[in-house]
Design a protein around this ligand. Sequence first.
Ligand SMILES: [Zn+2]
Ligand SMILES: [Zn+2]
Length: 291
Amino acid sequence: MAEDGPGSPAPQWAEESIPPMQIRVLGCSGSIAAGCRTTSYLIGADILVDAGTGVGDLTLEEMAAIDHILVSHSHLDHVLAIGLLADSVTRRRDAMQRPPVQVHALPETLDALRRHIFNGVIWPDFTRLPSAEHPVLTLHPFAVGDVLQLGGRPIEVLPAAHTVPAVGFAAFTNDGGAWVFTGDTGPNPALWARLAQLDVRMLVIETAFRDDELALARVSRHLCPALLNAELAGLTQATEVCITHVKPGELETVMAEIAQLQTPHHIRPLVSGQTLVLAERGAVADERRPG
Ligand SMILES: [Zn+2]
Ligand SMILES: [Zn+2]
């Protein structure tokens, strides 16, 4: 946590000794193409952060082990695998007598899922299937600032500034270090105010567009490298920064523009299939590349 900053400290682990936090990058692209999957991260074995097309790379067993889905906002690239995963794991979780998979999101996001996806037209209502008494999915509202305890791991809901109600998340190691995912967001002063109070070990931040698409970035409330640069000025210390949500075919251009920025941070693109390991303070961060 921050040494002497104002505000509330980082939430702590509920349990005493937990292995380092592993985050599997299932999808980190702004859209789809061969090799490009949309936003999805797996924290440990049981917590999914967003449910983009990257979820399709999990085995059925891995999908069935997911107990919680955190949803940053209602856009299709972040939610489309919720209903598909529910369909896939229903029998297996039933056979294992597992409780429903809990979907956590803002009330507006849950309402959008109910009205526009689980409406019996786009997809069946898996909050009432296989039976209303024992559904495969349950919906759980949260608010910005809430700290959820999911399988013993504290996860804080962070503000985002997008075209629909949206959030980011901070997942904490047992010594208070934070893995931060911004979600889809344009310029977001409230985020930097909160992060100034946390020990940010790794920041996953979106950069959806190239600099010559600044106008598009502004209207769709995303970032481009110039906007990213202004945002990163809000980080109080040099930080490991990972870029996500770049559109297919644009990664080289966007990263070349980011390489021109004058910044103290270590910035690199995320790669789908990689596993991020968030080390304890003083330990060396480890990382596995795909295949
Ligand atoms: Zn979005
Ligand atoms: Zn998106």
